[in-house]
Design a binder for this molecule. Sequence first.
Ligand code: DGJ
Length: 730
Amino acid sequence: MSIRYDESQKLLTLDTKRSTYQMLVDQYGFLQHLYYGRKVEKANMSYMTGNYDRGFSGNPYEAKENRSFSLDTLPQEYTSFGVGDFRINGLSVVNGDGSYGADFRYVGHRIEQGKYSIPNMPSVYDNGGEADTLIITLMDHVTRLQVRLYYGVFEEKDIITRAAEIVNVGSLPVKLEKAASMCLDMPFGQWDLVHFHGRHCMERQVERAPLIHSIQTIASKRGMTSHHHNPFIILCDHEANEDHGDCYGMMFMYSGNHKTEIEVDQLENVRVVMGIHDAQFMWNLNPHESFHTPEVIMTYSANGFTTLSHNYHTIIRHNVCRGKYKLASRPILINNWEATYFDFNSEKLLHIARQAAELGVEMFVLDDGWFGARNSDNEGLGDWYVNEQKLPGGLTPLIKEINNMGMKFGIWIEPEMVNENSNLYRAHPDWAFSAPNRHPMMGRNQLVLDFSRQDVQDYIYDAIAKLLAENNIEYVKWDMNRSLADVYSYQMPRERQGEVSHRYVLGVYKLMQRLTERFPNVLFEGCSGGGGRFDPAILYYSPQIWCSDDTDPIERIKIQYGTSFGYPVSTMGAHVSASPNHQTGRTTPLNTRGVVAMSGTFGYELDPNKLSEEEKNEVRRQIATFKKYYWLIQDGLYYRLTNPERGSYYDAWQFVAQDGSEVLLNMVMNSPQPNAAQIHVRLKGLDPDALYQMDGEDRVFSGSALMYGGYTFPLVNGDYPSMQVHLVRI
Ligand code: DGJ
């Protein structure tokens, strides 16, 4: 059992293979946090906590003259605002009598086999015998408000999950103004914050800076995960790099407003609080009701970022993603978006499909524009029936022809949105978010449907289910193309409007759950203007997400690099597009576009008829290469060999089979140089004692030579050349 309770010392200890997490129930019943870090054996870590009298840090009433005991300085597991811990708190509550705060004391705990789940929300799951659960109950004895702290321990995978449940066992209603999922105190060490910021077409750029005496916030108030701040942070020591150093990862499994606060307090202690953003959040909790927070996925690595990323890759691939395509090979697709935008008809689509099929593409995806009066992005959203002017006879003849070419057929939807110019909006204007008597903010000229409403969920479910039931659709790209503003539900009373943002997210999850359950053979791909909703909760419903609307391979290297810190390659939607690139205007070789897109789910997003014969042959070669290395790429260990943020003139990354038997090394020159210095990388993760042979050559290298000496690529010239080197253990 990975969870232990020592009654005599009142110690709760969670052990994973390489980390330990420890808590103490103290003499007053407070739940102290003692330790999270590298595995320690037979330890009571309470000796690390020093209590001293600190001015203006008050003391609990029963501590009496003991001024050295203060909630304001004590590392703790979960605290409420208003009762003496002046740092950032997990909870802010207005009690039934109007007072603020909860004085949480331990009342008991439960240890269970298996992993807890969270009602109506996605969470990490156990495939059987992998995880244990600890549930600790704390209570305010006056208001009888409880918080139940959930810990899921995946011992072998070095993962600990956390979530909270706030339960009102009192007799008066209370209002939650903030209900975070977890609080992690780090009483020792000096840390850098690594986070993943960006904008549309430039998601998950890596930034690293030392913490300062402040409260830093990584957050989204856009009603969605956002392109701007991924809900994922790493705290690492100042010297940490890919292979060395203490690193802590915290990833929020949620797709709405989120907030991660990191405070360095008066005594240099660090506290992290992660959860639903408290902006426009308020939850009414009546007696006997409970509120479940979403989950945080934590991991610790004593060996730098690579191990931390591998831990996340494994848990997301095996314990977050679900369904038929979770581990199955996924079809190589062609998507018509950048080839046609809204300007298409059946003939044009079939022309693209025919050529794609001939090149070896396995699935045709019809993107935006096939429904309602959708001739531009100003109209039509909400009307989920075929535009017969573009597609005479509907989808059936089109799909039939495409299937006859030996390809699967996939389709684009954006179910959460509506245009004013649509039959749906004309019939139900109150189904879209807007504040009373005010013009709503427009985003891409569209409005957001109020998914907190059951009738809206049901209507959209019926429309999409009909589409999928009546047609042989084997893939769905689920898009979401604006931030939420004017979040106001015409079905909710005044005092519950603060619940709407979270209820919207719950409504979206419910729809995703219903559709994925009803259509288990359909491959779903998440999307939000590219990677605006790239988070583990969406990955619970769709095992891949379109990584970015920027398909320029040189920009994509940075985006996929940042994404790789938390998410496996098998989740990153990546396509080869036309050159010059539509987002940046940059011209790159087709080979390089292929190399970059292969470090993802791989597909095409161009009109293949516009390719020269030579380029068509290159596409055939790429498809064969991707298929040949499919399992090495999707299932292998991913290593970042260079840091594109550091401005070197080349970038390299590598896949190694889990058993070390095979290696794929990738290199792209991102700024070609005259008289360039050698392109040198040290490989990682090989068997040092084994010999590796390069594809198509007699050359043999020892694993140790490749790892400790390295490999030098032959020098190449031109615009953005790239190379792939495949080695097999002999
Ligand atoms: C945004 C997506 O990211 C694109 O790939 C495309 O599907 C458009 N939406 C269509 O409107």
